[in-house]
Design a protein around this ligand. Structure first.
Ligand code: G1P
Length: 290
């Protein structure tokens, strides 16, 4: 019996330099798309996927995150029983539906290092990772919900991927993989439940931010992962890679060599809110959708 996934790790220690000066005193994860901070979108996606323990890896200057996912007694006192009280409903729901724990990444040594810093909050169980600046939306099941269903079937690490223009490969971890034959392909079945099965690859290669000429495919990893806990031991042994940082892509490649990583071409939209362009697109998209 595979362990049920209950915990979601949010690396949130980065400086957000691309959003300076906005991020000088405000964590980039707290930048709002419409009225909601990016990190809250991520937490809501995790809750929707059935997770109830949020493990956040923060850094210096990130206190606003802890205050956001806590009760503000002053605010509650001011607006309780007034016409404005409903403005608090969404965040109250989040706070009552899960618990939050925090640890700090002391040095900025890459995403792999940030995830390893979260080990103390995760322990020896499989877990999800959401990078809050990749904002995802789907009218059906959210991306993480889709991935949890896959984990229940395959029981190994899973990365969400999407097709990118080849010239963008140096912004992402890029995979190569062999398509996993789906039941639909085998028996001609067209059951929509089987649809996701045609979107799966057994990963055979992974490269962090390759030059377009070295990219093994046009399938890029986006900020949604399911990781099995052996990743922590692997990360401890992982040498600095691209940019002199400890990369989760390199650690996952060690699992992939054992056939233990699946890439999933997810259903839905994804906005790179770590870039001004993506952030504006997300804002327009959610504004038009509301
Ligand atoms: C990180 C990962 C990269 C992945 C990307 C998704 O890069 O290192 O493999 O493709 O997230 O957003 P970052 O965007 O933090 O530089």
């Amino acid at each position: 019996m595979k362990n049920k996934i209950k915990k979601c790790l949010f690396p949130a220690a980065g400086y957000g330099t691309r959003f300076l000066p906005a991020t000088k005193a405000i964590p980039k994860e707290m930048l709002p798309v419409l009225k909601k901070p990016l990190l809250q979108y991520g937490v809501e996606e995790a809750i929707e996927a059935g997770l109830d323990t949020m493990a956040i890896v923060t850094g210096r200057g990130k206190r606003a995150i802890e205050d956001h996912f806590d009760i503000s007694y002053e605010l509650e006192h001011q607006i309780k029983d007034t016409s404005k009280e409903h403005y608090l409903t969404e965040i109250r729901d989040v706070i009552t539906n899960c618990t939050f724990s925090y640890t700090r990444q002391i040095e900025m040594k890459g995403l792999g290092h940030a995830i390893l810093s979260g080990e103390t909050l995760i322990g020896k169980e499989p877990f999800a990772v959401i990078l809050a600046d990749d904002l995802c939306d789907n009218d059906g099941d959210a991306v993480l919900t889709q991935m949890i269903s896959l984990y229940e079937k395959y029981g190994c690490s899973i990365v969400a991927v999407e097709e990118i223009p080849p010239e963008d490969s140096s912004k992402y971890g890029v995979i190569a993989g062999e398509k996993i034959p789906s039941r639909a392909e085998n028996d001609g079945s067209s059951d929509s439940q089987l649809d996701w099965e045609s979107r799966l690859y057994r990963v055979t290669d992974m490269v962090e931010k390759p030059d377009p000429k070295d990219a093994p495919s046009n399938l890029a990893i986006i900020g949604r992962y399911i990781l099995t806990p052996d990743i922590f031991d692997i990360l401890r042994e992982t040498k600095p890679g691209k940019g002199g940082e400890i990369q989760i892509t390199d650690a996952l490649f060690e699992q992939a060599k054992q056939g233990n990583v699946i890439a999933y071409k997810f259903k839905g939209k994804r906005f790179d809110c770590g870039s001004v362009n993506g952030f504006v697109q997300a804002t327009n998209y959610f504004y038009n959708k509301k």
